[in-house]
Design a protein around this ligand. Sequence first.
Ligand SMILES: [Ca+2]
Length: 534
Amino acid sequence: MIINVEGYNFMCLLKQPVFYEDFLMTGHSRFFWTLFVLLSIMSAVPAAEEPFPNVLFIMVDEMRWDALAANRSDNVYKTPALDRLAAEGTRFTHAYTVAAVCVSSRHSFFTSRYSHVHGATDNQVPIRTAQILLPGIMKQLGYETAISGKLHFSPNDKDYDFDYFRSFGNEGPKTLQTWPQYLSQKYTPAQRQLKDAPFRGDKLGGDLGRLEYPKEDTQSFWITDRAVEFLHIRDKSKPFFLFVSYLEPHSPSHLAEPYWSQFLAEKDRVKLPSTFVPGLAPKPEDGITRNGRAWVSDPEIAKSMTAAYHAKVKHVDDNIERLLDGLKKAGLDKNTLIIFTADHGNMLGDHNRWFKGVQYEGSIRIPLLVKAPENSAYAETFNQGKTVSRLIESIDVMPTLLDIIGKPLPDDPGFQGKSFTKLVAGNDPGWKNIVYSERRGMLVRDSKYKLIKNEEESGGGYLLFDLENDPEETQNLAGETALQSVFEELKKKLDAWQKEEPPVPKYPGLEPKFPPAEEKRNKEQRRDRRQPAQ
Ligand SMILES: [Ca+2]
């Protein structure tokens, strides 16, 4: 008979199993010897529990949903690593960022709150007050927290509860080498200069060109190497939460080989969107001010920038392959939840626009892939290559992540997202049929219609699109009498949503952290907010 006491399995700890008979059938000395051994083991070895899953959260910057090959109807641009992840996990075809600009979106991912609620409503606007942030929760749960890449929180010198902070630029405590430091140690300024730039001096295309140094020294490669390095040097007594966050495919459009050659091969074959009008100038209500980088009307530049964008997507896809290989080689692939998404999209010439910050699909619709830990109960539902087309908001990612690791968020209206684990299991008939997003203007979208309220500074007004029959958003139906009730109903929802501002939620044992400096917030809110998002 094998002795088991409160989950301590002595079979795996002793060369010889300890039998119950030992206690009864032998003399006192043997009894006390056995007791001594058992007590020593009990004090030194923790109870055998279900393994606590690790979390690998991969974010890219400015990747629209259909830049992921699995989400495209044609076969022009390839993303094999991400497609494989989609085949091994679950792919969400209608995921939306609740705010199509970096700072706002990232705070929403990490607070599960809309941007008018956490307060960082634009890139230049810090959060309104201290918040409960995902890395803080993970730390509270006993995780070692790590970032390699881009965070883009403000102020940018805090660690935001990341134990290990590898910055792609100038963020965090900078106690570890950053990518710019690495690069400047290795190359002279002349070696780092852009070569073969075809549109030098152009507002949008000016940053496109070839990198002289090899792909092994690019930012995405470095971010991947530092993330994989962390997997080996981490505190192995804890599970990890690793946020790997790439700047690509965001500009600058600097391409190392072989991606520069991919760009050269593709640029003249690019098919521009049907809503792109060559030579079209922006109207005042388009809200394009200042340097106008968010507008493109030269077909040659639009084609080249699109080809460069997809070459950058391929570069980041290749690095995600290296990252997932690294996870596997470290023996961590079975017990790790993997999430892949983007903070927002890029218009890529739709309606003559570039970058994001507007309410069209190219700007707000994002790729989203989730693969549950293979050894978890969720593997059965999440890891079957399923496609989910129901509407998802970026604020739903955090509750889902915590649900999958077995630590669901407290039921508090301050956490505005909802876990989609039951939806994926086909067991959530009440799942939302609506998404919201905002950045100056705002929108509400249901399964068929989208209502956009333009920002007041660009003339205000509404746009109503029938996405089922007009996916390219070309016919504004806001004045149509036949759709008056649809318009009114969506407008009512939009108004009510804007009024909803639940206080910072409570989380056991955790205080809201990282309040903005009041002086900074006041100063930054006074800035001209009409500058396009770039
Ligand atoms: Ca961004």
